[in-house]
Ligand binder design. Structure first.
Ligand SMILES: *Cc1c(COP(=O)(O)O)cnc(C)c1O
Length: 391
């Protein structure tokens, strides 16, 4: 592959300058202005192409601008984009039915993002149990709004915003006894990511999840699975919970839900539901988002992307494990949610790969996250591995 970023058009500079001047500088951005995409590829404003192993942080599961997704959004946009939840719409009812089938849960509530889904789960758990506190796992990421932030581990994210909804109550990963010890008479729910995403692709074992389920049952505590990052085929199943067979009481979803259109939701089992007036979202489940989600789910089904993600994920991980990559401590993952842990910070590798036409990102500083669109091909994986070898 050729070196990118050599020549810079003035429009790239203009965009970067406007961002620096007019946008709050809360993001540490890569020096790339992305303009278009197709399948697993994205293209910058200067025409350079990249294999996208970021996928908008596990969002573009069906690939960039999939024609069927684009068509569904266009068709719905021409018909009806938004009406209030004081009315019914066809796409919302259809999507709700589909999600209940896919999750095995009883009912859903729609919102617009991951953090909102976590807020909804927290409110539902409080309303249902009459208890106020939550137990979360060290290195967890559940979002940035005040409730979700109080269950997010990183001190850097929390410190400027205290007091949060609750003080720290985190237990070590894969330690069921710690969960049992942390639950008190005030605990409404335990919240777990089946695989931690932002925390560094840390896999919670099936045995651990089963034990946590039992502890929750024994103590009358609700179990929430945060599947915002692991959902919609990312790990080779519709939802990561299927690997362990453990059923939560409430689950959150967002990121890949509508193929890149912003959307979130929770699903809960029989008997756990908001009552009239307890929660709402103006945009939640609007017809445009629901049409996008229905199309995205349909693409995953029709193109067999669950099986493909499993196959490509195994191929990717085997290649990464076999090649003696310098500084690699561990390669782990499920499906196309892969982490490559290094013995150093991975920012240099991310920069190098970008110059060679591969987009990657780091989670938790030392872990390279590989989460490409599920449509990635073997040839594209080979190209990514070749770049990593050089790095
Ligand atoms: C990304 C993420 C969130 C937050 O989602 P936003 O849409 O950014 O608010 C919550 N939980 C998990 C597990 C995530 O990966």
């Amino acid at each position: 592959m050729t070196d990118h970023l050599i020549s810079r058009s003035s429009s790239h500079e203009t965009v970067v300058r406007k961002d620096a001047k007019y946008v709050m500088q809360n993001y540490g951005r890569q020096p790339l202005v992305l303009e278009s995409g197709s399948g697993c590829m994205v293209r910058d404003i200067d025409g350079n192409e990249y294999i996208d192993c970021v996928a908008g942080i596990a969002v573009n599961n069906v690939g960039h601008s999939h024609p069927k997704l684009v068509e569904a959004i266009k068709k719905q946009a021409e018909k009806l984009m938004h009406v209030s939840n004081i009315y019914y719409t066809v796409p919302q009812a259809e999507l709700a039915e589909k999600l209940v089938q896919l999750t095995g849960m009883s009912r859903v509530f729609f919102c617009n993002s991951g953090t909102e889904a976590v807020e909804a789960a927290m409110k539902l758990a409080r309303a249902k149990t009459g208890k106020t506190e939550f137990v979360a796992v060290e290195h967890a990421f559940h979002g940035r709004t005040m409730g979700a932030l109080s269950l997010t581990y990183k001190e850097m994210y929390r410190a400027p915003f205290k007091p949060l909804v609750q003080e720290e109550k985190f237990v070590p990963s894969n330690d069921a006894q710690a969960v049992a010890d942390a639950i008190t008479g005030k605990t409404a729910a335990v919240i777990v990511e089946p695989i931690q995403g932002e925390g560094g692709i840390n896999i919670h074992s099936d045995a651990y999840l089963k034990e946590v389920r039992k502890i929750c049952d024994d103590t009358g505590t609700l179990l929430i699975f945060d599947e915002v990052q692991t959902g919609f085929g990312r790990t080779g199943k519709w939802f990561c919970k299927e690997h362990s067979g453990v059923e939560p009481d409430i689950m959150t979803m967002a990121k890949a839900m509508a193929g890149g259109f912003p959307m979130g939701a929770i699903a809960a089992r029989e008997g756990i539901s908001f009552e009239r007036g307890q929660h709402a979202a103006t945009f939640g489940g609007n017809p445009l988002a629901c049409a996008a989600a229905l199309a995205s789910i349909d693409i995953i089904e029709k193109e067999g992307l669950l099986g493909h993600a499993t196959e490509m994920g195994n191929y990717f991980m085997n290649r990464l494990k076999k090649i003696p990559l310098e500084g690699v401590v561990d390669v782990r993952g499920r499906g196309l949610m892969i982490g490559v842990e290094l013995d150093r910070k991975c920012a240099d590798i991310v920069d190098f790969a970008m110059k060679k036409g591969v987009l990657l990102n780091c989670t938790s500083e030392k872990v390279l996250r590989i989460a490409p669109p599920l449509v990635i091909t073997k040839e594209q994986i080979d190209s990514v591995v070749a770049v990593l070898e050089q790095a």
